[in-house]
Design a protein around this ligand. Structure first.
Ligand code: ADP
Ligand code: ZN
Length: 439
């Protein structure tokens, strides 16, 4: 039985020093390369490059290995990258696949177990214990946020409520009736929960036992996190994951809330320049590249995630030396290029969230008018201020001024009433690019 007073669920891994982490990674990377020889895809690639497990003597030697891309996953759809026979696999998850083939990730029983361990470790790290009640508002099914958190929370020993996505009224009833203390939700959905709580006259501080939120699956700013914490009177921790790396449990913030700890006994982390694919120095933004070193059915070598971030550090007051990365700036494909300027939605969010009058729901629309690219930012206003026209006019001006400072061009800003903008139960859609229609 785990000592519930311990800060660490897996002290033998969580408190390794850098040297020990490196040694473990070298060993696990060698094993992974050896194991990947069972995959047609990697065997061909390694043979072409003349690579064998003995070539890995330090983690820096990972650079001898080839990158893997989402396109590779599509090309080998559905099972072409497996490193074990299909009869050893017990589950698969798949991404949406709106364009072309979806991507498939296979899991053995051991993979599912290790994945549950990783998620449990994250939840333990932010103070959750078997006495907590964990409610998961992710969609269940192919989306890994559902079963991933379910198994992890159960592994920790919590009473776990698979509420699934949507039906906010029922969600709130569960929170109250079951004494839910922790929720997993996408950040944009938290706003929806609070909105319905307000309509129902439910005060989260008085009428619920909520204390911890795991928020993730989509980019969000520090300002958005603070909003969520104030809204519900909880601590909100950033949770990072992706289907290709199992799902949730890849990285999580500790109580220090100073970046995402990536579990280096599971993954080797690289940050590379997306153009040259060379490593960038610590502190500089680049593309996150991950190698699984603890996976059986379908290891991925140097997987290009397209997520942009940077290294913050490799030590932490929490006692974990697993690398800390900054919150994701977005995916390289989220970047908008307007009149030659590169802009990420998160830059706009960061400004909007500073105004107390504004709610967290916003939409960026890009259009071409008279051959010029234009940006319109619509954002919902709190009911308290909705009728104060003079104030709203001044507010609009100030928002435009601050956005211009940040993104170097002048957007049109429209303040709209609460509930006007579209909302989804899953990941929020922040950008509506209508320019494609014209080009
Ligand atoms: P899909 O690819 O269909 O969106 P995934 O659930 O696998 O399905 O999405 C993983 C992606 O979601 C990541 O690559 C990243 O872009 C984004 N993501 C996940 N967690 C976070 C987070 N905490 N912060 C920012 N982005 C995140
Ligand atoms: Zn820490």
């Amino acid at each position: 039985m785990q000592d519930i007073k311990s800060e660490y669920l897996h002290p033998e891994f969580e408190t390794l020093d850098r040297e020990q982490i490196e040694a473990l990674q070298v060993k696990r990377l060698q094993d992974t390369v050896r194991h990947c020889m069972n995959s047609e895809f990697y065997k061909t690639k390694f043979n072409e490059l003349g690579i064998s497990p003995e070539d890995i003597k330090s983690t820096a030697d990972i650079r001898k290995l080839p990158f893997t891309t989402k396109q590779d996953l599509r090309d080998t759809y559905p099972f072409g990258m497996a490193s074990v026979p299909l009869e050893k696999c017990v589950r698969l998850h798949s991404s949406s696949g709106t364009t072309g083939n979806p991507t498939v990730i296979l899991h053995t029983q051991k993979d599912i177990d290790e994945w549950a361990n990783a998620v449990a470790r994250c939840l333990w790290m932010v103070g959750l214990r078997p006495s907590d009640v964990f409610q998961n508002s992710s969609g269940y099914g192919m989306f890994t946020g559902g079963l991933g958190f379910q198994y992890g929370a159960e592994r920790l020993g919590m009473l776990t409520v698979p509420a699934a996505a949507g039906n906010t009224l029922r969600q709130i009833k569960f929170i109250k009736d079951f004494g839910t203390t922790a929720i997993h939700a996408v950040p944009s959905y938290v706003t929806r929960i609070k909105e319905v709580m307000d309509q129902q006259g439910v005060d989260p501080r008085k009428d619920t036992k909520l204390k911890v939120l795991a928020i993730g699956a989509e980019p969000h700013s520090e300002e958005q996190r603070k909003r969520i914490e104030e809204m519900l009177g909880v601590k909100a921790y950033n949770s990072f994951g992706m289907s290709e790396m199992c799902g949730p449990g890849v990285a999580f913030e500790c109580k220090e809330q100073n970046g995402l700890h990536f579990w280096e006994d599971y993954y080797i982390v690289e940050i590379v320049d997306p153009e040259t694919l060379e490593p960038v120095p610590d502190g500089e933004i680049g593309e996150l590249v991950l190698t699984t070193i603890n996976r059986e059915a379908m290891p991925l070598i140097r997987y290009r995630t397209r997520d942009l971030t940077r290294v913050l550090g490799r030590t932490c007051p929490c006692g974990r030396n697993h690398i800390r990365l900054d919150r994701m700036k977005g995916r390289s494909d989220d970047m908008m290029v307007l009149r030659g300027v590169n802009i990420f939605p998160i830059q706009i969010e960061k400004i909007l969230m500073q105004f107390k009058e504004l709610l967290t729901n916003y939409l960026i629309t890009l259009t071409t008018d008279n051959d010029n690219d234009n940006m319109t930012v619509e954002v919902e206003v709190d009911d308290l201020y909705a009728n104060d026209n003079l104030h709203l006019q001044q507010l609009t001006k100030e928002i435009i001024r601050q956005l211009k400072d940040e993104i170097l061009l002048t957007p049109i800003v429209k303040l709209v009433a609460r509930g006007t903008l579209p909302q989804t139960d899953g990941k929020a859609v922040r950008v509506n690019d209508l320019r494609k229609v014209y080009s």
